[in-house]
Write a protein that binds this ligand. Structure first.
Ligand code: DGJ
Length: 734
C-alpha cells in the first residue's frame, strides 16, 4: 500500500481507489506530486512542474523563492518565502519567525501511530500501514515528522505530524496544521457545513473564488456555526458521480479548514488547530503532536466519500462496545418536563414508556443542587432531594424494577455563578485576572486544564454513577469558551489554553469510560456543537441538534451524514408544535426521520394523543427490525430537500446489497398528481427485489417485485401523499 521509489524519490500511497504521491523535490522540499484516482506505476515527478516558472533559470533553482511560489507542498512553512497560507509557523526565543523543512529520511511501519492524549484511529486487524517522513530545520533545531496512515479496507489517508525540538532555548509553535497539500484547480466547487444553534451542519456548496475560503471555530468547541469539513469536487459531481476530495478533522476544539486559490490556479488545502489564539511553547527536547486529519478521495461522488468516512469511523475510530450493538430505545425527559419534574413524574413517564417497548429512561438537566431553572447549581453534583424524593437510587431501582435501564445528564465542564462550588473556589472559573468573565446561560466554564479541578469534577460525577445502576450518561456542554486565563499558566503559555482545554475534556472522558467500561456515553453540546470525530473516540453517539422538528432534521441529518455514520446521530421523536420552531408534522414522519439515527423519544408519553400513542410500539418495532441495517449499511443520499425543495430521500443499503431501507419525506404537496419515480442507487443490478411498505398504516401500497437494474434506472413509484410533511418507508429485499 505504501512504497518508495528510490530512482524518482517518490512515495506512493495506494488506498482501494486512490493514489497519493509525495516527491522529494529540489533542495529537499517534501512536495506533493499527485492525488486522485488510481494511476499507473509511473514516474510522477513531471507533475511537480519545477521548470514552469518563467524565472526558474536552472534545475538547481538558484532562486529559492521562484520555486517556493509555485511548488505543490506537503507541509509548507512560514517565513522563508512561501507566501501562500502556510501549515507550520515557529518562532525562536529571539522572536524570529522562520522554519524551513528539508527531507531527512523515512520509515514505513505496520499499524497506526497512537497519539498522546488525543483521539486517533486504530487498527485491530493488521490492515494499516504508516509512512513517517522525517524533515529537519537544522538552523532552528527542530524536526518535524509527517505521518500518513492508509488502510487496505478503506479509502482514507490519515495525517498528523510531530514537532520535536532540539533547540537549546524554547521555541514557540504559532501554527501547526495537521494536513496540507496543493492541487491543480480543475474548476472545482467546494462544500462546507454551516449553521447555527438548531440548524447545525447544513450543506453549503460554493464556487472556489480567488483568495481564501475558510471554515473555522474560535469558540473552544467545534461549534454550531462552522464545521471541520471541506469537500473539493467537480462542478458536475453529484451524489453518485464525479471526483470528490473530502477533508475532516479528528478534534473537538478550535479548528481552521482552508482552501486558498492562488495566482497559478492551484488550490492549497489546510486542516488543523486554529492558529488564531494558539501558541505552544516547546521546551528543549519536548515534542508536540498535532491531532489527526482525514483525507478521502471518491471517484463516485458524495456517496462514495461518505462511505469512506463512515467506514473509517465505524471500523477504526469508535471504541465503545455499543458501536455494533442495538442501542436501547430511550425516552428523555428534557422536552417533556424541562426542569419541572419529580420522582413521581419520571416514574409515570417510565411506566407508560415501558408499556410501549421503550427500554431506558434518561433523566436530563435539573436533578442536582437546587436546580429548578438554568441559572444555578452546575458543579454541585449532589442529588436535589426535594425533587427526587427518596433519592437517586430509589428512582433508579424503581425504573429498573419496571424492566428499564436508567441514564443521567451531566454538564461536567461548567459551573453556575450561583453554586456551592464557585462560592468555595471562585478561581476555578476560567477568567482573566481583574476582568469579570462573560456569562452565557448564567454559567462559567471551569478551568479544567487544572488537575485539581478535573479530579474534583470527575470524583463527584463518579460518586453519582456508583450510587445507583446508571447505564448511560449524556455529557452536555452548553456554552463557548472565552476570557481565557488560568492561574496555572504563565504569560508565554496562555496561547496553549484552548488546546489544553480540549486535551482536558479528552482526559476526563477517557477516565469515565475506563472506570465505567459498559457505560453508554452520548456527547452533546447545546445540541450539536461538538458533533465531531474526536468525540467518537469516547462516545458512539452524539446528540445531533436541539431542533427535533422532523423536516428541519432533514437538513441537519443530511449534512451530518455526509461525513458521519447514521449510527452516531442522536435523533428523537418529540411533540408538536415543535419546541424549537413551532411546526406541526405527522407523528409517523417524526418516527421515520428518527429511525435514521439512534432513535428515541423526547416527550411526555403520558400526554400523547391516543392516535400518536398507538404508533409508539409500531415505531419501536420498526427500529428493532431496521436498526442493524441503518447501523451497518451504506448510506445513500438520493434527493435533498435543499435542491428538490419539496421532497427528500435517502437509503441504508446492506453491504451485500440484499436489503435496503428507503426513507422518503414529502415536504410539500402540490397540485401535481404525477407519481414520482425515485431511482435507488447502490443495488445489485442482477438481483430481484421485493418492494414493500413495512409500516402498518402503509399497507395501502401494494408490494412490487423489480430487478435492481430497473430500480436503479427506472425507479420505484412513490405516490404523492395528501398534505405536507408526509413520509414513506420502503423496504427492499432480494
Ligand atoms: C442542551 C441539550 O442539547 C439538551 O438536549 C438538554 O440536555 C439541555 N442542554 C439541558 O440543559
Amino acid at each position: 500500500m505504501i512504497s518508495f521509489n528510490k530512482a524518482t524519490n517518490t512515495f506512493r500511497l495506494d488506498t482501494t481507489n486512490s493514489t497519493y504521491c509525495i516527491t522529494i523535490a529540489a533542495k529537499g522540499y517534501v512536495a506533493h506530486s499527485y492525488y486522485g484516482p488510481k494511476i499507473g506505476n509511473d514516474d510522477t515527478t513531471y507533475l511537480l512542474r519545477q521548470m514552469e516558472y518563467p524565472f526558474a533559470d536552472s534545475p538547481t533553482f538558484r532562486e529559492k523563492l521562484s520555486l517556493l511560489d509555485f511548488l505543490h507542498q506537503e507541509m509548507p512553512t512560514d517565513g522563508v518565502g512561501d507566501f501562500r497560507k502556510t501549515a507550520l509557523a515557529v518562532t525562536n526565543s529571539s522572536g524570529n519567525n522562520a522554519i524551513e523543512l528539508k527531507y531527512a529520511g523515512y520509515k514505513i511501519v505496520d499499524g497506526c501511530p497512537s497519539l498522546q492524549g488525543l483521539p486517533c484511529v486504530f487498527d485491530k486487524t493488521n490492515k494499516a500501514q504508516t509512512l513517517i517522513i522525517t524533515t529537519k530545520d537544522e538552523i532552528l533545531g527542530v524536526d518535524v515528522e509527517l505521518y500518513y496512515t492508509v488502510f487496505d479496507d478503506t479509502d482514507e489517508i490519515v495525517r498528523s505530524s510531530k514537532i520535536i525540538s532540539h533547540a537549546a532555548e524554547p521555541v514557540y509553535i504559532k501554527k501547526a496544521m495537521s494536513l496540507a497539500f496543493d492541487m491543480d484547480n480543475d474548476n472545482y466547487d467546494a462544500i462546507t457545513l454551516n449553521g447555527s444553534w438548531g440548524r447545525e451542519r447544513h450543506l453549503d456548496r460554493h464556487t472556489i473564488n480567488m483568495g481564501t475560503l475558510e471554515a473555522c471555530s474560535t469558540r473552544g468547541v467545534t461549534s454550531h456555526q462552522e464545521h471541520p469539513f471541506l469537500a473539493i469536487l467537480d462542478k458536475t459531481a453529484g451524489n453518485d458521480n464525479g471526483k470528490v476530495y473530502g477533508v475532516n478533522f479528528i478534534y473537538s476544539g478550535n479548528f481552521s479548514a482552508v482552501i486558498q486559490r492562488n495566482q497559478f490556479d492551484s488550490l492549497r488545502v489546510l486542516m488543523g488547530i486554529n492558529p488564531e489564539n494558539f501558541c505552544w511553547k516547546l521546551e528543549p527536547g519536548a515534542a508536540f503532536e498535532t491531532p489527526q486529519a482525514v483525507l478521502v478521495f471518491s471517484n463516485n461522488g458524495l456517496n462514495g466519500m461518505s462511505h469512506a468516512f463512515h467506514d473509517l469511523y465505524r471500523n477504526h475510530l469508535i471504541r465503545s462496545p455499543y458501536k455494533n450493538q442495538m442501542r436501547p430505545v430511550l425516552i428523555n425527559n428534557w422536552e417533556a418536563t424541562y426542569f419541572n419534574f419529580d420522582t413521581q413524574k419520571l416514574l409515570d413517564i417510565a411506566r407508560e414508556a415501558h408499556k410501549d417497548g421503550i427500554e431506558m429512561l434518561v433523566m436530563d438537566d435539573g436533578w442536582f443542587g437546587k436546580r429548578d431553572f438554568d441559572d444555578n447549581s452546575l458543579g454541585d453534583w449532589v442529588v436535589y432531594e426535594k425533587k427526587l424524593q427518596g433519592g437517586l437510587k430509589n428512582l433508579v431501582d424503581q425504573v429498573n424494577a419496571l424492566g428499564m435501564k436508567f441514564g443521567i445528564w451531566f454538564e461536567p465542564e461548567m459551573v453556575s455563578k450561583d453554586s456551592e462550588l464557585l462560592r468555595a473556589h471562585p478561581d476555578w472559573a476560567i477568567q482573566i485576572k481583574g476582568r469579570e468573565p462573560g456569562m452565557a446561560r448564567a454559567q462559567f466554564v471551569l478551568d479544567i486544564t487544572r488537575k485539581e479541578v478535573r479530579d474534583y469534577i470527575m470524583d463527584s460525577v463518579e460518586k453519582i454513577l456508583h450510587s445507583a445502576n446508571i447505564e448511560y450518561v449524556k455529557w452536555d456542554m452548553n456554552r463557548q469558551v472565552c476570557d481565557v486565563g488560568s492561574i496555572d499558566l504563565p504569560a508565554d503559555q496562555i496561547g496553549e489554553y484552548f488546546h489544553r482545554y480540549v486535551l482536558a475534556v479528552y482526559e476526563m472522558q477517557e477516565r469515565l469510560i475506563t472506570n465505567f467500561p459498559n457505560l453508554l456515553l452520548e456527547n452533546c453540546s447545546s445540541g450539536g456543537a461538538r458533533f465531531d470525530p474526536g468525540m467518537f473516540y469516547y462516545s458512539p453517539q452524539i446528540w445531533c441538534s436541539d431542533n427535533t422538528d422532523a423536516t428541519e432534521r432533514l437538513f441537519i441529518q443530511e449534512g451530518t451524514a455526509i461525513v458521519y455514520p447514521l449510527s452516531t446521530m442522536g435523533a428523537h421523536v418529540s411533540v408538536c408544535p415543535n419546541h424549537a420552531i413551532g411546526r406541526v408534522t405527522p407523528f409517523k414522519t417524526r418516527g421515520y426521520v428518527a429511525l435514521s439515527g439512534t432513535f428515541g423519544y423526547e416527550l411526555d408519553i403520558t400526554k400523547l394523543s391516543a392516535e400518536d400513542r398507538a404508533m409508539v410500539p409500531q415505531q419501536v418495532a420498526l427500529y428493532k427490525k431496521f436498526s442493524p441495517l441503518v447501523r451497518e449499511g451504506d448510506y445513500y443520499r438520493i434527493a435533498s430537500a435543499a435542491q428538490t425543495v419539496d421532497y427528500d430521500c435517502w437509503a441504508s443499503i446492506s453491504r451485500d446489497k440484499t436489503r435496503a431501507l428507503v426513507t422518503f419525506v414529502q415536504l410539500y404537496n402540490r397540485a401535481n398528481y404525477k407519481t414520482r419515480m425515485v431511482k435507488i442507487p447502490g443495488l445489485d443490478a442482477n438481483r430481484t427485489y421485493k418492494i414493500t411498505w413495512p409500516d402498518e398504516d402503509q399497507k395501502k401500497f401494494p408490494p412490487m417485485t423489480l430487478t435492481g437494474a430497473t430500480i436503479m434506472n427506472a425507479g420505484i413509484p412513490i405516490r404523492r401523499d395528501w398534505g405536507d410533511y408526509q413520509g414513506q418507508l420502503i423496504y427492499l429485499e432480494g
